[in-house]
Write a new protein. Structure first.
Length: 120
């Protein structure tokens, strides 16, 4: 079975994970909220797509965060194949739950990678 993750998203995810593993621990700890926010929004979108209540993603520390991100990128890509993403963005934007829907995952991952590289 092929991966549901579009090539550009998979490439950017690989870059983020590689960069994360190069970070000193103190820098990774300071950047965790940036990544954890995306992980939670992905989880919320997937829960919404399955008509389930959103649940908080547990904080398992910096050693596990990239695994959580990888799993949720795959889940999100499977829940919203490229042909359905425009409809998803409209549906989610109208929802009353808090948070911002993930509509351009490659760009979001790129922004995270840049934030990790710059330390911003």
């Amino acid at each position: 079975m092929s991966s549901p993750v579009p090539r550009e998203v998979a490439d950017e995810l690989t870059r983020v994970v590689e960069r994360w593993h190069q970070l000193p621990l103190d820098h990774a700890l300071s950047r965790m909220p940036l990544v954890a926010d995306l992980v939670q929004r992905l989880a919320d979108d997937v829960a919404d797509s399955r008509s389930r209540a959103a649940m908080p993603v547990p904080d398992l520390g910096p050693a596990v965060l990239m695994d959580q991100l990888t799993v949720l990128v795959h889940d999100h890509s499977a829940a919203f194949p490229p042909a359905s993403r425009n409809g998803h963005a409209t549906r989610t934007a109208l929802a009353t739950r808090p948070g911002t829907p993930v509509t351009d995952l490659a760009s979001e991952l790129s922004d995270i990678r840049k934030g990790l590289a710059l330390g911003i």
